[in-house]
Design a protein around this ligand. Structure first.
Ligand SMILES: Cc1cc2nc3c(=O)[nH]c(=O)nc-3n(C[C@H](O)[C@H](O)[C@H](O)COP(=O)(O)OP(=O)(O)OC[C@H]3O[C@@H](n4cnc5c(N)ncnc54)[C@H](O)[C@@H]3O)c2cc1C
Length: 485
């Protein structure tokens, strides 16, 4: 293939990871086809759209792409969180303390802590993928050229088979698509992840590598603002500063979060419960009512559950860790939840999926050679894996800390938080090593820039392996310089 011909990427999945990588790869001058199983963007409209917390490392990437105004128009700025005991006291709620995001930390990381609705974010990414300019009202330039063609989307296009050796995928309809590279952005239970799992172990053993449940399920529901403001208890969530805070409730093997999201300021309500066996998904209504699984709780949680619309139920799991994110053929890779599924509604699911997409797009701004696809896919895995696994570990720690069973450790946690509150400190600022470590971790995580990381790899390794080669005309050709996004 001539070096100035774009590579053709087939991306499976049109959610956060798929859309961001599509935008970034197109901006790097490549041809992109996105295949989505659902008939409509963002899932079925009959399922209530949920909410998302988007920390600085995620939103700053989108801001840098020129999407700040659109994102902010659909978001509430989170200023921190207040922490309560899940069960409350006989007389009402039991307050442990408050944590405010450090303005300096946010300034340093050039982002914000946004609360947005899933479908609004996906719609903004989709519009951008369809060709809305990324920056300064102009298309991003690559090597002096604007991206040659728009991204192609196919909905109701479920991938049911793939041949990584020939780099082709087969849809349920029987249609076959060929490309130079396949990106599996099809989620934690997606096709590409299962296929890589089959490469890890003999295909017949794949069912023996099932993801392990952690004993908690997550119920997610929405309470419309019109309903909430008419309620004595819930209307308090609309008073400043609580309107810009996540309400966090810690129980014994239980937990809950509530926050306002989106321009409509509806309440997003999440309950972590041991009382649900269902292995549900974001695209189906839960079998049980949320009121049946909240258990003993404080008045706020009781009112939220009573007024919540239909809920979804997703189990929190320890997912099987893929040995490799890249197929043996070298031309297929997983990213986002398909590569590193975090516990559901983790703080960083969206931001890290955005990082993945931005990273892969930036990486491929440096080459159009199909012969380098394997190396670039491996570079993605090598560079990104440690960070993603570290974040996964932290996310599990947050859940463990939140849902500590009653006992000595829970008592120590509560005492540390109450002491901080009494001293006027953030609840997470404790002398307690684990809490302080979690807070330091956030600083490291918020400050990350995937474009810099991709360029570091290119400068340290990639460009050195790419000695100029002779073109047919006898002229020396080099890979594309780093100019996109
Ligand atoms: C409809 C929907 C609603 C969600 N709502 C919320 C929410 O409110 N709050 C929250 O915290 N998280 C939500 N999530 C999860 C959240 O989207 C992810 O954790 C995050 O965006 C990063 O995920 P991802 O892009 O890697 O994968 P996902 O978001 O899981 O997306 C995977 C995509 O791949 C598609 N797909 C799967 N298999 C195939 C196949 N064989 N062929 C073609 N396409 C396929 C899926 O339909 C989906 O669009 C939702 C997910 C979905 C799919």
């Amino acid at each position: 293939m001539p070096h100035n011909t774009p590579l053709k990427f087939i991306i499976i999945g049109a959610s956060t990871a798929g859309l961001v990588s599509a935008i970034a790869l197109r901006a790097s001058g490549h041809e992109v086809l996105v295949l989505e199983r659902d008939e409509e963007l963002g899932g079925s409209p009959s399922i209530p759209t949920g909410g998302v917390r988007l920390p600085p490392n995620g939103c700053k990437i989108l801001f840098d792409w020129g999407l700040e105004a659109q994102i902010r128009a659909h978001a509430i700025i989170g200023e921190g969180f207040t922490v309560y005991k899940y069960e409350g006291t006989d007389s009402g709620r039991d307050y442990l303390g408050t944590n405010r995001w450090d303005p300096e930390l946010l300034r340093e990381s050039r982002g914000d802590f946004l609360q947005i609705r899933h479908r609004d974010l996906i719609r903004i990414l989709y519009d951008t993928a369809l060709g809305k300019p990324l920056k300064n009202d102009s298309e991003p330039q690559l090597n002096g050229h604007t991206p040659s063609q728009p991204i192609t989307f196919e909905f109701a296009a479920e991938v049911v088979d793939a041949d990584f050796d020939t780099c082709s995928v087969t849809l349920k309809s029987g249609v076959v698509h060929h490309g130079d590279a396949i990106i599996g952005a099809d989620g934690a239970s997606g096709f590409v992840r299962r296929r890589l799992l089959a490469e890890d172990v003999a295909p017949l053993l794949v069912s023996g590598c099932d993801d392990e449940r952690r004993g908690l399920a997550l119920y997610a529901a929405i309470i419309p603002k019109s309903v909430a403001v008419a309620d004595e208890e819930l209307s308090k969530l609309y008073e400043y500063p609580q309107r810009n805070m996540v309400t966090f409730s810690m129980g014994s093997n239980r937990g809950a979060q509530a926050f306002l999201a989106g321009e409509d300021e509806d309440i997003v309500f999440w309950v972590y419960t041991p009382d649900a066996d269902e292995d549900g998904s974001w695209t189906q209504v839960a079998e049980k009512n949320i009121t049946d699984v909240v258990g003993p709780c404080d008045p706020l949680i009781r009112r939220l559950a009573a007024l919540a619309g239909p809920a979804t139920c997703v189990q929190i799991k320890n997912y099987y860790e893929l040995k490799s994110w890249v197929s043996k053929s070298g031309n297929a890779v997983v990213l986002g939840e398909a590569a590193h599924p975090f516990p559901v509604v983790s703080l960083h699911t969206y931001s890290v999926a955005i990082e993945d997409g931005a990273f892969i797009g930036k990486l491929f701004s440096h080459s159009r050679k199909s012969a380098r696809v394997r190396e670039f896919m491996s570079a993605f895995e090598e560079t990104r894996k440690a960070r993603c696994l570290h974040i996964d570990h932290s996310e599990k720690q947050y859940i463990d800390v939140m849902a500590l069973p009653d006992g000595p450790m829970q008592a120590t946690r509560d005492a540390a938080m109450r002491a901080n509150e009494a001293a006027g400190r953030n609840v997470m600022d404790a002398a307690d090593v684990d809490l302080q470590q979690m807070w330091d971790d956030m600083r490291m995580i918020f400050g990350y820039d995937p474009a810099d990381d991709a360029d570091d790899w290119w400068m340290s390794w990639g460009r050195l392996r790419d000695a100029p080669s002779a073109s047919k005309e006898g002229k020396l050709t080099e890979d594309i310089p780093n100019e996109s996004l």
